[in-house]
Design a protein around this ligand. Structure first.
Ligand code: ADP
Ligand code: MG
Length: 406
């Protein structure tokens, strides 16, 4: 059985937005069935990734997936590329040659940028899609191939068909099963997990230190437009990590990079606020996880520093808090010799989100001297939510300070 988790594992597709969940759901449904699929979406949204996922999860996975970029092959040779040719079919055709449809026999053919295929070729595509039949160029024998067709386009094929630039019949044949991937700016909640994935992958592959992105940096990235979508985001993450040489990435760094390296597109300011279609609950959860992530890295730094490794900064950019709380220490926490409360390494993986949230809230309140407004802003939650959580977790008496800020 295929499920969403398996699709994510096999394909590496990252994202928790409803849009991505729907895409994953579609993959689950269509992968095992021998049906052609049209994938639509702007450039860089992950169309090829989805095509690969469908192939890998299909019964054809053992056989090749042949990718053809229809937009990159000159019109004059595209038919010979797709269907092959017979020796002598034209000048220079000194041998019989197999085309991609033959090479992909029993497997999958991925026709990328199908909107760019010349109209004459489209008739032949329709035929092979419907019956598996085709002819090599210059040959009169009909050949048969068993391929599954996956096509992709960043164009509005419907409009092209309407204008006569794309065959109606082929369009209708293709669009029966359509998977649409929305642009990144319409699913900004995917940005944090994507950044995490790209950063971890990149730093691991290049033996680089990685200290994470500050929540503010991520928030800023969510407000950018990303016309190149996930591809652009990935390049951005990699270049900022290189340029900042292992520093924790701050909002200032992001602002500098976004402004300098990516030309503004259109009349709109890239950093104008956009509607963030993310529930408050989700946003909170994300922030807490991020805090945990940063904490874990600091634990690492400190451990290394204590082990006497020179040159490792001890939490130089994060404020550790004296343990002024009187509550008994949670078993997942420890106090080090600098009087700092840390989450034990061994506890990572055991602490529930609630415990982490409680800890994050307690420490943030302490940090801001019990100023709830500042704490709420820093945690990225409303004051009202913070109040509710303080009551819920019974934090009130434990974080009272003698200074009595409020
Ligand atoms: N949801 C995603 N999760 C992880 N990586 C992604 C995702 N979407 C796109 N990418 C990455 O972004 C880049 C562009 O993806 P690609 O599938 O080539 O897009 P498209 O074919 O739509 O132009 C690739 O490096 C791909 O691995
Ligand atoms: Mg592509």
């Amino acid at each position: 059985m295929i499920d969403i988790e398996r699709v994510q594992r096999v394909s590496g597709i990252v994202g928790n937005s409803d849009a991505i969940r729907e895409v994953l759901d579609m993959i689950v449904q269509v992968a095992p069935v021998d049906i052609s699929v049209l994938i639509t979406g702007e450039s860089g949204t992950g169309k090829e990734m989805v095509a690969k996922a469908i192939h890998k999860l299909s019964r054809r996975a053992q056989y090749p997936m042949v990718t053809v970029n229809c937009g990159a092959i000159p019109a004059g040779i595209i038919e010979s590329e797709l269907f092959g040719h017979k020796k002598g079919a034209y000048t220079g055709a000194s041998e019989d040659r197999k085309g991609y449809f033959e090479t992909a026999h029993k497997g999958t053919i991925f026709l990328d940028e199908i909107g760019e295929t010349p109209l004459e070729t489209q008739v032949k595509l329709l035929r092979v899609l419907e019956s598996g039949e085709f002819m090599r160029v210059g040959d009169s024998r009909t050949l048969y191939t068993d391929v599954r067709v996956i096509a992709a386009t960043n164009k509005d094929l419907g409009e092209k068909a309407h204008k006569g630039e794309f065959r109606q019949d082929l369009y209708y044949r293709l669009k029966t099963v359509t998977i649409h991937i929305p642009p990144l700016r319409h699913r900004v909640e995917d940005i944090a997990p994507l950044v995490e994935r790209f950063a971890l992958e990149f730093t691991r592959n290049n033996d680089m230190v990685y200290r994470g992105f500050m929540p503010e940096a991520i928030r800023l990235m969510k407000r950018a437009e990303w016309p190149g979508n996930v591809r652009e985001l990935k390049n951005f993450v990699e270049s900022i990590l290189v340029l900042e040489k292992g520093e924790r990435i701050t909002a200032e760094m992001v602002e500098r990079q976004l402004g300098r390296n990516i030309p503004p597109v259109g009349p709109k300011n890239r950093l104008l606020p956009v509607v963030v279609d993310q529930s408050a609950e989700q946003a909170e959860r994300e922030l807490i996880l991020r805090q945990l992530f940063l904490l874990r890295q600091d634990v690492e730094s400190i451990k290394q520093a204590l082990a006497g490794q020179p040159g490792v900064p001890v939490g130089h950019d994060i404020a550790y808090l004296p343990d002024s709380a009187v509550e008994p220490l949670h078993p997942a926490l420890k106090i080090d010799e600098h009087d700092q409360r840390l989450i034990r390494d061994e506890a990572i993986g055991d602490m529930t989100l609630e415990e982490l949230e409680r800890e994050a809230i307690t420490r943030t309140l302490q940090f801001f001297n019990n100023n709830r407004r500042a704490a709420a802003r820093s945690l990225g939650m409303s004051e009202r939510t913070l109040y509710r959580k303080i009551n819920e977790y019974g934090l009130e008496p434990k974080i009272k300070r003698t200074t009595g800020d409020r």
